[in-house]
Design a protein around this ligand. Sequence first.
Ligand code: NI
Length: 192
Amino acid sequence: MIRAIPQIGHPVLRRSCEPVSADELSSSEVQTLIDDMIETMRDAEGAGIAANQVGVSLRICVIGLESNDRYPYKPPIPLTVLVNPELSFIDDAIYLNNEGCLSVPIRGDLPRQMNIDVGALDRDGNHFARTYRGLTAGTVQHEIDHLNGMLIVDRIEDTRTMSTWAMFQEHKMDRYLERIRPAIEATEPKEA
Ligand code: NI
C-alpha cells in the first residue's frame, strides 16, 4: 500500500527513530510497513525512504533504484532494507553532493562522505555489513540522517545553492553532473 509522505514541518521527521527489536521486526505489522515503504518509494521515484517518512518512528530505511526520471544521473542501487543501521566512515574523503528529499520541496548542495561501511539487520533479522561508495554512499547517509531526525536543510551550508527541482534542472544540473563525476565513477555497489 502506498502511504502518505509527511513533509518538512511534520514533527515525526524531527524525532530520532527507535531501534527495532527482533519481535517487532518479525511482526506482520513491521513486515507490511517494509513492503509499503518499498512501494511508496517506488511510486514517488525516490532512491531511498526512511520509516518516519511514512510516519513510523522506527529505525528502518530502504534504498533502491532501477532507472527513474527523478534521478536520471544516479547509478542503480540494489534494493536493500536496512534495520537498525550503524554507519562508520572509512576515510576523510568528502564530495559536495546536491540532494533532494521526498519530504522537502527543494534541493541544495551538501557535503557527504565518499566511502562508508554500514552494518545492519535485513528484514529477516540477519546481520550484514556492506561498503558503500560515491553517490550510493550519499543516499545511505541521507536515509540514516532521517532516522536521526535530520533533513537536508540542516546540512546545506550555502543556502544560495537551494533550488526547486525545475530550477535545478534548468540552471544547475549540467555543472552538478560535471562536479560529481568522480562520485558517480566511485559508486559501489556497481550493480542493482
Ligand atoms: Ni529524504
